[in-house]
Design a protein around this ligand. Sequence first.
Ligand SMILES: *Cc1c(COP(=O)(O)O)cnc(C)c1O
Length: 361
Amino acid sequence: MEPRDLSAHSPYVPGRGVEEVARDLGMAPEELTKLSSNENPHGPSPAAVEVLREYAPKVHVYPKASHTDLTERLATEWDVEPTQVWVSAGADGSLDYLSRAMLDPGDRVLVPDPGFSYYGMTARYHHGTVASYPLSKADDFEQTAAGILDAYDSERIVYVTTPHNPTGSELPRAELVTLLDRVDEHTLVVVDEAYGEYADVESAAGLLDDHDNLAVTRTFSKAYGLAGLRIGYALVPAAWGETYARVNTPFAANELACRAARAALDDDDHLEKSVETARWGRDYLREELDAHTWESAGNFVLAEVGDASAVADASQRAGVIVRDCSSFGLPGCIRISTGTREGTKRAVEVLNRVAREVTEA
Ligand SMILES: *Cc1c(COP(=O)(O)O)cnc(C)c1O
């Protein structure tokens, strides 16, 4: 007895967790600065934590009102109909729902390379195939409509990440509008705004009224600091009506996550602090790292360090975990998430030292 042929499915490679690394190194988790998964160094909003405590004794019931309340809160926030808000287990869950809603077997999606691996994975899970458009290091990973359309061959879904992980580049609004106008009628453009809060531009959600071939994904995992709860959402075209009810996993977003997300949405102070620290951190990393770096609109910076796997290993041994970007198809580069001010400073000090040692070795 065997599962079906999964040889085309490559496993997702996450940044390593603090506990596993600490165990390997024989260190206490507190001694480590984890800057490998773009998490919020300030933790979750205290208001969200309070709600988690309050509702923990009530998780024996299925989430119902909590899900509806979050959906309605988000609909108000984005000025869309509640049916346009697809709450899911992380934004990754939304990508799955979009695949379910859009893909017939054999349909192709177009994804950025380098880019977030889950776009291709979810397409394959849903019996789709994957093509890519290049973002080139030589052009500083610039994102343009022309660059995407060059590779475009009438795919069913085109994925755009802005700010882009792991490069930090953005697709300007005018370019997005061009893309939306030029793709074929049956193509959905998915704009992944997992890092949207850190950028200095408006969300693509504002284009939903005028473009019925656009979906936007957002998450509570990054700026809201709720990665462990797995909660995110997609904003979809109004014309899709009740489609969500046909594709969603029953009760996919859990009670605590829905309630905490709503509390986090109301905690402006925590969000502001998180964004401010990230903006400070990306500037600091760019100024202070002895490496070529790229401008970033996210809570991370991509840096070219030569032997990236040696640098990432040495840095980890010194207590700072960063992401080797080989799995993104960017050998030679590491991605450093912004930490607290203290954590970011420590990262710069460690990385500059170990990069020197690796080069001299
Ligand atoms: C982190 C991330 C997501 C979503 O993460 P979830 O935790 O599933 O919400 C989506 N896209 C990109 C590019 C990301 O980096």
